[in-house]
Design a protein around this ligand. Structure first.
Ligand code: PLP
Length: 411
């Protein structure tokens, strides 16, 4: 049966205040499974131990899962710490939290936004003196301390503080101690998901530990040590410190096949049992058929001549295209599920639409559910198969999912 996704838009942006204007019909919907998220968080808790704080990384619109829906769901499942990239994601998270959760900005924040962050108790990474001086002024204005994380340069060579900069920064902090609270000391690894980077990561771990020791010797009290992303949690357990910052794994994806292989081999040999993937996909993306057509042998389907029907065929149109995050590279290549069967995408993927070949699904009809990512009956389309076909990473496919597609929670 045809299912309309008549849902209040999850976005709380300005201009969406009027409830009536939020009542829109969408061509597809993304379901978030509470059960899957709970299982992933339980599994990750086992990996990191009971004492380590879990920070849920929700940059990139919660890896495409949608900040506004994902954050309250994660809170329901026990998460109380969120890591975002910039101030705009920080604002969206602040508007979405339903508990006393903490927000940490790991990347971009403009000096003009610091007062807002400090006022709202949001912590942020510091990697230069300019941000620190601006934070000092903002702290004086608000009468509250700036909650900062020192990002240490250990080898990624992106944003961290090297020894010299760290000394300069520490001088400002120590001279204005009532205006700063060092909440944490962090670093980020240069590719913990691949064995190719092994030596570089080991060097980074050593460098980080050395820099932390030096801070200790100087009597600096620095709160949480945090360095591990998903891959580091599995491949370098020594990086699990006072807090971890986990993104992709909480959503049910392995950072790379290599990380999965490493985990499964070490666990298979311990238990002797067949390996069952402990990570469950949180996201399912589905749409429906909006038109059915019969075509004759020799007919071209859609734009251009990339697909010519070799026989009488039944073609269904699905209102999802590259605008929504279904890559144009999947033209004549991708697969979707209908009536529990895997069927091919034929012709070019359009901006808002794709055509699928349902010749072998005789009962396919207008309104029938089409699963683009996720399970239908016994079949499944994973993001991995999607990304294998397009040469994209899991990460890239997920964050390409159009933010306006409604996200809804299911059990
Ligand atoms: C600084 C930082 N920490 C943690 C993460 C989380 O990484 P992952 O999604 O691989 O767990 C990221 C994501 O790239 C990041 O940039």
């Amino acid at each position: 049966m045809r299912e309309f996704y008549k849902i209040f838009s999850p976005q709380k942006n300005e201009g969406f205040n009027n409830i009536e204007s939020n009542l829109v019909i969408h061509s597809s919907v993304i379901e978030l499974s509470k059960n899957a998220l709970k299982k992933n968080l339980q599994f990750l808790r086992k990996q990191i131990g009971s004492k380590t704080l879990f920070s849920s990384v929700i940059k990139g619109n919660a890896y495409g899962h949608g900040i506004e829906v994902f954050v309250p769901l994660a809170e329901e499942c026990g998460v109380r710490h969120f890591s975002v990239f910039d101030a705009s994601e920080g604002l969206r998270t602040l508007q979405s939290i339903t508990r006393d959760s903490h927000i940490m900005i790991m990347g971009a924040i403009d000096n003009d936004e610091l007062e807002w962050a400090i006022e709202n108790g949001i912590s942020f990474y510091t990697f230069d003196q300019d941000r620190l001086n601006a934070a000092l002024i903002a702290s004086k204005l608000t009468g509250k301390p700036a909650r900062i994380h020192l990002e240490l340069e250990t080898g990624l060579n992106r944003m961290g503080l090297d020894d010299e900069n760290l000394n300069d920064v520490m001088r400002i902090v120590e001279n204005n101690s009532e205006h700063f609270r060092i909440e944490g000391v962090s670093t980020h690894y240069a590719g913990a998901e691949s064995i190719n980077n092994y030596l570089r990561i080991i060097e980074q771990i050593k460098r980080y530990n050395q820099m932390v020791e030096d801070l200790k010797k100087k009597g600096v009290s620095f709160g949480l040590r945090h360095t591990a992303c998903s891959a580091a949690v599995f491949n370098y357990p020594e990086t699990i410190m006072d807090m971890v910052r986990v993104g992709i794994a909480q959503y049910g994806f392995w950072p790379t096949k290599e990380t999965l292989l490493h985990y499964s081999l070490s666990n298979e040999s311990e238990s002797g049992k067949r390996f069952v993937d402990p990570l469950k996909r949180v996201l399912k993306w589905k749409s429906h058929v909006i038109n059915i057509k019969q075509v004759a042998p020799g007919d071209f389907i859609g734009y251009g001549t990339s697909y010519q029907a070799p026989r009488n065929q039944k073609i269904a149109s699905v209102p999802v295209g590259y605008f929504h995050g279904f890559s144009r590279n999947l033209s004549n290549y991708g697969r979707v599920l209908i009536h529990g069967k895997r069927v091919p995408v034929i012709g070019l993927v359009n901006m808002n639409m794709m055509m699928i070949n349902v010749t072998d699904v005789p009962n396919a009809n207008i309104g029938d559910e089409v699963v683009i990512i996720g399970k239908q009956k016994k079949m499944q389309i994973t993001v991995a198969s999607f990304s294998d076909m397009t040469d994209n990473l899991n990460y890239e496919v997920l964050v390409s999912l159009q933010p306006d597609i409604p996200r809804v929670v299911v059990d």
